[in-house]
Design a protein around this ligand. Sequence first.
Ligand SMILES: Cc1cc2nc3c(=O)[nH]c(=O)nc-3n(C[C@H](O)[C@H](O)[C@H](O)COP(=O)(O)O)c2cc1C
Length: 161
Amino acid sequence: MAINAEEFRAAMGTWPSGVTIITARAGEEIHGMTVSDFSGVSLDPPLVLVCASKSSHTTSVIQKGENFGVNVLRVDQDALSNKFASKKNEWNRFDDVATFEVKTGAPLIADALVNLDCRLVALHDAGDHVLCVGEIESATVNEGQPLLYFKGGYGRFEPKG
Ligand SMILES: Cc1cc2nc3c(=O)[nH]c(=O)nc-3n(C[C@H](O)[C@H](O)[C@H](O)COP(=O)(O)O)c2cc1C
């Protein structure tokens, strides 16, 4: 018998990750949400994947527009992470957030640690989520420290002395 939701959360919560905001554009419509399930996939071609809930509005914009932006958050951007995860004022998430575009039209968050502009190349069904695979069209890497997520809380990277 498969494990229950509580057991799944307890197990997966021990896997530390960075925090991203995944953004997308379909015509005039833009949207975005906080995502920790992000991974590099392939070097040649350069592919990444995002594990997105089927019930998320961002997922439907990714599917419609066939693009997404990956914005890796800085250590001091936990409030931005919470803003893009909250359903309260969901349609105003981009208020006061400076963005820019490069090739695909996905809005990229100006002061993130890393911005990847991705063209959607594949979607894979995975239970209540969908794996969105994107080819990186452009990458911007800035100096700074990442925001980390572990056991349901935020933290910072501390190098071993
Ligand atoms: C730290 C953190 C990590 C998250 N990671 C994911 C994720 O990997 N995939 C996902 O679908 N939702 C993830 N979420 C939840 C979404 O951000 C949340 O459900 C959001 O409200 C979806 O917005 P939307 O329906 O407007 O797209 C995460 C939330 C937080 C706070």
